[in-house]
Design a protein around this ligand. Structure first.
Ligand code: FAD
Ligand code: SF4
Length: 510
């Protein structure tokens, strides 16, 4: 009979965790597909399916290895109850003497479970998930000692500590960062072979979710489901991607194109965030691969490694250093509602149309689409960060609060006033035109600032700076923009501001 009950959350699918190293008759695991987890925001259907499929497969693997698992499916009546109620039922039914869980990465669940344990009359304890490069304690140490945090300091620290891309204590190749080599757009007419994920038939899971009455966003071809939710298939994909994708990852990291949605991005974020694969494994395989394929440029390897062990871990550090306050920060006091076309993609702005439609079709957009297209527009338009957060948290396959909110509210919206970034990521049409082919096929003209066909990004860009002068003008990274603005004659400035206001008044029609 089990004496210990261990809870595994949907994003804790780390089969290498020490919990599973031996089968223990007195330990029972439980996993739950709960309405509480599908209902706090409207999620993309592919995200719900990927998580449930991954969880079900994980529980089968544990059972095949001899572990005892209690699994609540979304179609079971217990899925309507909370974690606490379901746990209480199991504790009573099996006369459990001890409750254990892995530390949740989400503040909300962390609070919920620690509160739950306080009310228990049996012993309980929490364990590290053994997934990240840094434990929560190490993050606390790093972030507590600093008033400002810079990714670069953090990243260098991890590289040194784990001896990654290091040569006798110095960065390999002589530089820590090769980002300036990673900014190419696709040349006109350049043909690519977009890498395809193998598909699977998940029709019955889709039907079960629909029948349970869960509200969702987005579209799915359930019989040809594209996302990988199994570790072995994920590792196969990683090897394939290292071979075909890594060599061009760096060069085209920031590029956007209306025909190629994924370019050379790895699509590993779901596998990582569900903890099916660890960052350490990815980095080790990458470096092994590079060792055998030295023609791959260091800029690609370092760029990829920086995302995995730098940005991803750093965002987690920011999250734990600043939650729960972080989720209500609104530095610019933005209040506008998100335009309705964020949920349909029906806008005349070609860049927005592509980024949003693709997100609805695939639960995916790559980093620059999220940051410099949708995020950029929302910031220039002054949309309430709460609404933007809910959109990003719902729509992306990889969206879990600790990494979503820091990227959205922090990096993309500057709603944290500069905790994550040193300046807001905003641009006019010039950047989008440079990095994509969206503008050539757009209703609007990327060169025009005023007039019926002027690109909305252009006038809104200057309006944003003018409106936020008191908050931004002293920032040394921005002062040049103010000098340029101040040199313009008043009539021109007023024309830009009027154009932006008129676009914002009819934002739903853009
Ligand atoms: P690749 O481009 O192949 O990069 C490799 C890996 O590096 C990713 O899988 C990811 O794990 C990691 N990575 C890259 N950039 C970041 C970053 N800024 N922060 C954290 N990890 C990073 N990422 C999420 O995992 N979940 C989110 O909810 C999320 N929301 C975002 C919201 C906004 C507004 C922005 C600008 C970025 C967001 N990101 C988020 C970061 C990044 O866009 C995604 O990790 C990436 O697009 C996932 O696709 P990929 O696996 O093909 O990534
Ligand atoms: Fe986007 Fe403006 Fe280019 Fe159109 S012209 S694609 S709206 S940047």
């Amino acid at each position: 009979m089990p004496k210990v009950l261990r809870l595994i959350l949907g994003d804790q699918l780390n089969e290498k965790h020490s919990w599973f190293s031996k089968v223990q008759d007195d330990v029972m695991y439980c996993m739950m597909e709960l309405k509480q987890e599908t209902g706090y925001v409207r999620h993309h259907i592919q995200k719900i399916m990927a998580f449930f499929d991954a969880m079900r497969n994980f529980s089968c693997i544990l059972e095949e290895r001899g572990h005892q698992v209690k699994y609540i499916k979304i179609s079971d009546s217990s899925s309507n109850k909370s974690f606490g109620d379901n746990l209480n039922q199991l504790i009573t039914k099996y006369n459990i003497e001890r409750f254990e869980y892995m530390l949740p990465d989400e503040y909300r669940l962390d609070m919920q479970l620690s509160e739950y344990c306080k009310g228990l009359n049996i012993t309980s304890s929490a364990f590290d998930t053994e997934h990240f490069m840094c434990t929560r304690e190490q993050l606390k140490e790093f972030f507590a000692t600093r008033k400002t945090y810079i990714l670069e300091t953090f990243y260098r620290d991890i590289r040194r500590r784990h001896d990654i891309l290091m040569d006798d204590g110095e960065p390999m190749g002589g530089k820590w960062n090769y980002d300036h080599q990673n900014r190419e757009s696709l040349k006109r007419g350049e043909q690519l072979e977009e890498l395809e994920l193998a598909d699977r038939n998940l029709e019955s899971l889709f039907k079960e979710i629909k029948d349970s009455g869960i509200e969702y966003i987005g579209r799915v071809e359930a019989e040809k489901f594209k996302w990988i939710s199994r570790r072995d298939e994920g590792l196969e994909w990683l090897d394939y991607w290292l071979d075909k994708g890594l060599p061009k990852f760096g060069k085209y990291q920031d590029a956007m194109h209306n025909e190629y949605k994924f370019l050379f991005h790895s699509r590993l974020s779901f596998l990582l965030n569900a903890k099916l694969i660890s960052p350490k494994e990815i980095v080790e395989r990458t470096l092994e691969h590079w060792d055998k394929n030295k023609h791959i440029e260091i800029a690609s390897v370092e760029g990829f490694v920086r995302q995995i062990i730098g940005w991803r871990e750093y965002m987690r550090g920011i999250y734990w250093a600043h939650m729960p306050n972080y989720s209500s920060l609104n530095f610019f006091n933005h209040r506008r509602n998100l335009p309705a076309w964020f949920w349909t993609g029906q806008t005349k702005m070609n860049c927005m149309h592509h980024a949003i439609s693709q997100s609805l079709d695939d639960a995916y957009a790559h980093h620059i689409q999220r940051l410099m297209v949708t995020g950029n527009f929302a910031l220039l338009a002054g949309v309430n960060p709460d609404e933007i957060d809910a959109w990003y948290l719902g729509i992306y396959i990889d969206a879990i609060e600790w990494v979503e909110i820091t990227n959205t509210r922090g990096m993309s919206q500057f709603a944290d006033g500069g905790i994550v970034g040193t300046k807001p990521y905003v641009s006019s049409a010039a950047y989008i035109h440079k990095m994509s082919n969206y503008c050539s096929d757009c209703h609007y003209n990327h060169k025009e600032k005023t007039g019926e066909r002027a690109c909305p990004f252009n006038s809104m860009y200057w309006r944003f700076y003018e409106l936020n002068r008191d908050k931004l003008a002293k920032n040394p990274r921005i002062s040049m923009m103010y000098r340029t603005w101040d040199k313009m004659d008043d009539a021109k400035k007023q024309a830009y501001l009027d154009q932006a206001e008129s676009y914002l008044e009819s934002i739903e029609e853009l």
